[in-house]
Design a protein around this ligand. Structure first.
Ligand code: TTP
Ligand code: MG
Length: 364
């Protein structure tokens, strides 16, 4: 493969920074963006926090109550999440980034890969200069800082971007990849979560250099073919996945014809659960979270019945999918007397996974 120059741009404490820009007076104070639950005061979790708040150990996903405790002595600001506002800012940022290359891939609301190989004639150093221009333009146009990794592939660019947050810029030349990765903790590899990290530690693997001493045969034996191979390649800084715009998927569905037309709940449920597994596999592969589940039935006279449910929060969990499909099938059978000929399940209302979160879940 020809040497490439790939950038990963990640906006710093994105939602909190949007709030700081909207209300400059709060800059310098701890800022915590909160997802309040409907259950009343202070229930809910932290969406993100600025770096001042992070110094007090406030992180995404933490209960708001705990964040308040940690910041009780501080002049902190707690702001309810304003998703539409951040989405608008995000759209402008992505538009700006798209202007730099056709090979563009948005990975989350505040993160995107740019393959700028052609533009910089394959030189990582020129890629670094371009990255500095991008940072300056983002700051000039939106008043926001970001962190950028510049490297020969997506994996190394992603790790590089996380090394000097906030407002970081880290470039890694092809010949430096090994030395760059060697001292880093294996937890820096996207997809290595706490569980895998612990397991590796038990094997005496702490750094990426430690991991790189393993043979691919050993890693596949321990972690399975797909993941073992991924870890092996990652430890050597190898990643050939192209930067590619993802086409937006609207829905994922599977449908099957029952062996006989029937109204027998257990029989239909058996098929339906298998379909749920197939849909779930596809959703995980595509890195999607769904917020809507539907069951489709084609009855004896070939007319169609559907039932669907919008969930309280997006999910990618198989048990949630199975539970709701079961319930929707029950409803369908209750509301109708016709025998069912074909049965199907679909999920829709997708949200993008925040980062590699579901890759983590997939691997763990
Ligand atoms: P991140 O890029 O992971 O976080 P960040 O931009 O806040 O901080 P960093 O400087 O480390 O990049 O996620 C982007 C936005 O997604 C973040 O601002 C808020 C939202 N988010 C959540 O709502 N919940 C979460 O658990 C995470 C990780 C992010
Ligand atoms: Mg970010």
């Amino acid at each position: 493969m020809e040497p490439r120059v790939v950038l990963l741009v990640d906006v710093d404490h994105f939602f909190a920074q949007c709030e700081e820009r909207a209300t400059p007076a709060i800059r310098g104070r701890p800022v915590v963006v909160c997802v309040y639950s409907a259950r009343g005061e202070d229930r809910g979790v932290v969406s993100t926090a600025n770096y001042v708040a992070r110094e007090f150990g406030v992180v995404s996903g933490m209960p708001i109550k705990r964040a308040k405790q940690r910041l009780r002595e501080e002049d902190a600001v707690f702001i309810p999440l304003r998703k539409e506002f951040y989405t608008q800012v995000s759209e402008r940022i992505m538009q700006l980034l798209r202007g730099y290359t056709e090979k563009f891939e948005q990975v989350s609301i505040d993160e995107a890969y740019l393959d700028v190989t052609q533009r910089v004639q394959g030189h990582v150093d020129h890629g670094k200069t371009l990255a500095a221009e991008i940072k300056a333009e983002l700051h000039r146009r939106e008043g926001l800082t970001c962190s950028v990794g510049v490297a020969p592939n997506k994996l190394v660019a992603k790790i590089a971007a996380s090394q000097k947050k906030p407002d970081g810029l880290v470039a890694v030349n092809p010949q430096e990849v090994k030395a760059f990765l060697a001292p880093l903790s294996v937890g820096e590899i996207p997809g290595v979560g706490k569980k895998t990290e612990k397991r590796m530690e038990e094997m005496g693997i702490k750094t990426i250099e430690d991991l790189a001493t393993y043979r691919v045969e050993d890693l596949t034996r321990i972690f399975g073919t797909t993941i073992g191979t991924y870890f092996y390649r990652a430890s050597h800084g190898v990643d050939e996945t192209p930067v590619r715009a993802k086409t937006r998927v609207k829905q994922v569905s599977r449908i099957t014809t029952l062996r006989d037309d029937t109204r027998d709940f257990a029989t239909i449920l058996g098929d339906l659960q298998q379909l749920c597994e197939a849909v779930h596999d596809a959703v995980i592969r595509k890195n999607l979270w769904f917020k809507s589940v539907g069951v489709i039935a084609v009855v004896e006279d070939l007319t169609m019945r559907t039932r669907s449910q919008t969930l309280a929060t997006p999910t990618n969990a198989l048990d949630v999918l199975k539970r709701w499909s079961r319930r929707l099938l029950e409803e369908l059978l209750q509301d109708d007397t016709a025998k069912i000929r074909r049965i199907g399940v679909k999920v829709s209302s997708f949200t993008e996974a925040v980062h590699q979160k579901n890759l983590h879940e997939f691997l763990e």
